[in-house]
Design a protein around this ligand. Structure first.
Ligand SMILES: Nc1nc2c(c(=O)[nH]1)N[C@H]1C(S)=C(S)[C@@H](COP(=O)(O)OP(=O)(O)OC[C@H]3O[C@@H](n4cnc5c(=O)[nH]c(N)nc54)[C@H](O)[C@@H]3O)O[C@H]1N2
Ligand SMILES: Nc1nc2c(c(=O)[nH]1)N[C@H]1C(S)=C(S)[C@@H](COP(=O)(O)OP(=O)(O)OC[C@H]3O[C@@H](n4cnc5c(=O)[nH]c(N)nc54)[C@H](O)[C@@H]3O)O[C@H]1N2
Ligand code: SF4
Ligand SMILES: [Mo]
Length: 701
């Protein structure tokens, strides 16, 4: 039986797959034991690649919205109407009249990564948005301000650490984020087997917390206090030891002064962790042979996201757990996009323009997505056209309902997407690219964020049909028609990959596209290596430990937590999110094998809160925020902290005129009809999905 090897492109873990097939049918998908990076691991989503490939709802030809419903049109007609439509908007309303939103799958697709940017530039608009500002923007802020490049993000060396401290990440379910590390369960077990420890800080006793050596509940949004107190303790007890970093780190004294205000005694009650525990945790972190503190979504998508990601880095740096085995390290990928973009002067700039209504600043060419709908809905808005590329912002951005309304007002909208869903239903034309098994793959982003260096190329498993187009072909055609020139000088994606590999560090060791094609399981390039100060992109090759923007933002900590602010009695509970293994943001709910079984779109609530509100398990409740209300089933559990409720995102597939028949039957409701576009991290502009004030009451049955 023919066998095909490839990398799963669904999440960040980059698992190797072995796929058996016959003709055009997938017979079996398993983990590839011979893949040196993933070592045979897969999760249930990988098997859904078959479902996506076969999904009768998936679009394969352009469709156009007409008065009689959606009709298929030819690619030629689609390109012509799309380019005409966009150009007419620009002619009528001028520059900056089109908004563009790029969603998460773009970074998992090599064609979009390489050819999408030229298309976006061809729109000549300042209204550029992406899922970044609903996710990891604070990491980029810290990367730029501390290390000189917004994509120079440190990764925890979990394979060698003796102490893993996680703030707001649930890698056993998410399979790791800004930490590409397949086979997470075994990698975590290995830490414990070698005598190491794992500690979790999370408002929910998560799947990962249950496997950890210790778990501390923390009220959403207060991690900044704990981090400040831990660094305070490091300095107070003279446990600081920057090791080799001392030679090229600025701002140590500034940081020390700043944290002097935040003794554990001052924050213990606010974070709900005893002074002795804070001190002991810090001590163990400092005494471990090696230790690493890692903070992810829970401390990124919240009101102090920027400060948290800065302080996570700072804690690692001042304890000498940075740029050394078992600490935070930088990868050195075979195609080094970080170095290559730096050479082109694209290390990341910020503040060159602002959003209209709230004047939030641009970062790396994008405005915060929380401002998108309000700037569209403003009375004299210049945004009249919309483009979405592999994104479903109606379900994935705060106050999605408002965006739903804003999209309805657009004169012209185009979506490059594989489904007719909650967002793309507003488009005039949808251009569907090939996806998954039909595409060639090389991971340009996640090798940068991987806990081990490796490289792998995957050929397409199935040829696309004559009617289908790859995403890079779509972008090429659009750019040609918009600007008269082909993107990337007319080079094919493979040529660009080949060139990228040639420029990389490992080409002298024989890593080329040809070599990768001969090694379909991938090539291991070894554990992460110390690389500082050379790898820094700051002009003076020094680490900035206390950048002014972060230092100044700590004023907000004082005003938020140490003044007489009253909590909002109308909305006494704090809403957070959660992820499930069989779900991937909003778009994999059309796979029956993933959605079947018990309803996972529930509101988790602590028994004491439930009792006080007279709510019983499985009962329908109304959850209300400043933005709106949703009706959802309550799931009562002491695994969530008192005062906190949790709802997963990506659901709410019950809107009209979509074409996702399975998802529609398992619709759920959208948490982002509750989340508030005004709740952001003011420093970075990132959406603050966690800690949204809500109230919950029984629904009348
Ligand atoms: N409340 C709350 N909201 C959240 C989060 C949260 O934790 N809580 N998480 C946030 C995070 S981390 C993220 S990354 C965002 C994700 O936000 P989005 O990226 O906006 O949402 P997705 O659900 O990933 O939507 C992906 C879209 O891409 C399409 N698609 C899938 N594959 C392909 C392909 O190969 N090509 C093309 N062209 N299209 C494709 C799908 O049909 C879908 O329309 O959501 C954010 N929203
Ligand atoms: N199965 C599956 N895997 C995925 C995805 C998916 O949707 N499903 N999405 C992918 C994407 S796009 C991303 S970005 C990654 C995200 O990867 P992770 O960051 O690991 O994802 P989450 O499970 O959202 O973990 C966030 C954790 O933060 C906690 N939290 C919430 N608020 C706070 C807070 O204020 N403080 C602290 N300390 N913790 C808090 C939540 O309880 C939750 O456990 O996952 C990726 N992998
Ligand atoms: S963990 Fe991620 S990369 Fe691995 S099989 Fe699952 S979805 Fe694919
Ligand atoms: Mo994400």
């Amino acid at each position: 039986m023919p066998t095909h090897y490839r990398t799963c492109n669904l999440c960040e873990a980059m698992c190797g797959l072995v796929i058996q097939y016959e003709n055009q049918t997938v017979l079996d998908i398993r983990g590839d034991q011979a893949d040196p990076f993933s070592r045979g691991h897969i999760c249930p989503k990988a098997v859904a690649l078959k479902d996506i490939y076969e999904d009768p709802d998936r679009l394969k030809q352009p469709v156009k919205r007409t008065d009689d419903g959606w009709v298929e049109i030819s690619w030629e007609q689609a390109y012509e109407e799309v380019v005409n439509g966009l150009q007419q908007i620009k002619e009528k309303y001028g520059r900056d009249s089109i908004a563009v939103y790029q969603g998460n799958p773009n970074v998992h697709n090599v064609g979009s990564m390489l050819f999408g940017p030229d298309f976006v530039r061809s729109l000549r608009t300042k209204y550029r948005y992406s899922a970044t500002s609903a996710d990891q923007l604070p990491h980029h802020f810290a990367g730029l301000l501390m290390f000189g490049h917004y994509f120079l993000l440190p990764v925890p060396d979990i394979d060698r650490t003796d102490f893993l401290l996680i703030f707001g990440g649930n890698p056993l379910v998410s399979n790791g984020s800004i930490m590409s590390a397949p086979d997470m369960a075994n990698r975590l077990k290995a830490i414990q087997k070698r005598g190491g420890k794992i500690v979790l800080i999370d408002p929910r006793k998560t799947e990962t917390a249950k496997k950890a050596d210790a778990h501390y509940f923390i009220p959403p949004g207060r991690d900044v206090l704990l981090l400040l107190a831990m660094i305070h303790t490091v300095f107070r007890e003279d446990w600081d030891n920057l090791r080799h970093l001392a030679d090229f780190t600025d701002g140590v004294e500034d940081l020390k002064n700043l944290v002097s205000d935040y003794a554990p005694e001052k924050v213990a009650d606010l974070v709900g962790i005893a002074v002795t525990d804070i001190v002991q945790l810090t001590k163990e972190f400092c005494e471990a042979e090696s230790a690493v503190c890692y903070g992810r979504l829970g401390v990124s998508t919240q009101a102090f996201g920027g400060l948290c990601q800065w302080l996570v880095n700072a804690l690692n740096i001042v304890t000498g757990n940075f740029d050394r085995a078992g600490g935070m390290m930088f990868s050195q990928p075979a195609i080094d996009t970080v170095a290559q973009t730096a050479m082109m002067g694209r290390k990341g700039k910020m503040g060159r323009w602002t959003s209209d209504v709230r004047q939030l600043v641009e970062f790396a060419g994008e405005l915060p997505v929380s401002t998108m709908a309000e700037d569209m809905l403003e009375a004299d808005s210049s945004i009249k056209g919309m483009v979405t590329i592999a994104g479903n912002p109606v379900l994935s951005t705060p106050n999605g309902k408002q965006l739903d309304q804003a999209l309805e007002q657009m004169d012209f909208m185009v979506s490059i997407d594989i489904y007719l869903n909650e967002t793309t239903r507003h488009a005039n034309i949808i251009l569907p690219p090939t996806t998954g098994l039909e595409t060639m793959h090389y991971d340009l982003v996640f090798h940068i964020l991987a806990i081990r260096n490796s490289a792998k190329y995957s050929a397409p498993l199935f040829e696309k049909t004559a009617d289908q187009r790859h995403d890079w072909e779509i972008f090429t055609e659009l750019v040609k028609r918009m600007t008269g020139t082909a993107p990337n000088g007319g080079m094919s994606p493979e040529m660009i990959l080949q060139f990228g590999l040639q420029m990389g560090t490992y080409s002298s060791k024989g890593v080329s596209l040809e070599a990768l094609k001969k090694n379909p399981h991938g090539i291991d390039l070894g554990p992460l290596q110390p690389c500082l100060p050379q790898r820094l992109f700051t002009t003076d090759k020094r680490i900035q430990l206390a950048p002014t923007a972060f230092v100044e933002d700590t004023d907000r900590v004082a005003t938020t937590f140490f003044s007489d602010n009253q909590t909002d009695n109308d909305f006494p509970l704090a809403l957070i999110g959660r992820r499930h293994l069989r779900s991937n943001n909003s778009w994999m709910h059309n796979s029956h094998r993933l959605v079947k079984g018990r309803n996972r779109c529930t509101l988790l609530m602590h028994p004491k809160d439930a009792e006080a509100l007279d709510i019983s398990n499985n009962q329908l409740v109304i959850a209300t925020s400043r933005i709106g209300s949703i009706v959802i089933k309550a799931e009562i559990s002491d695994e969530i902290m008192e005062g906190v409720v949790s709802i997963p995102h990506g659901w709410g597939h019950n809107r009209e005129n979509t074409q996702m028949s399975v998802a529609n039957r398992y619709a759920g409701v959208s948490i982002n009809d509750l989340t508030d576009h005004l709740l952001i991290d003011p420093l970075t502009g990132n959406a603050a999905f966690n800690g949204v004030p809500v109230r919950v009451s029984r629904a009348l049955n």
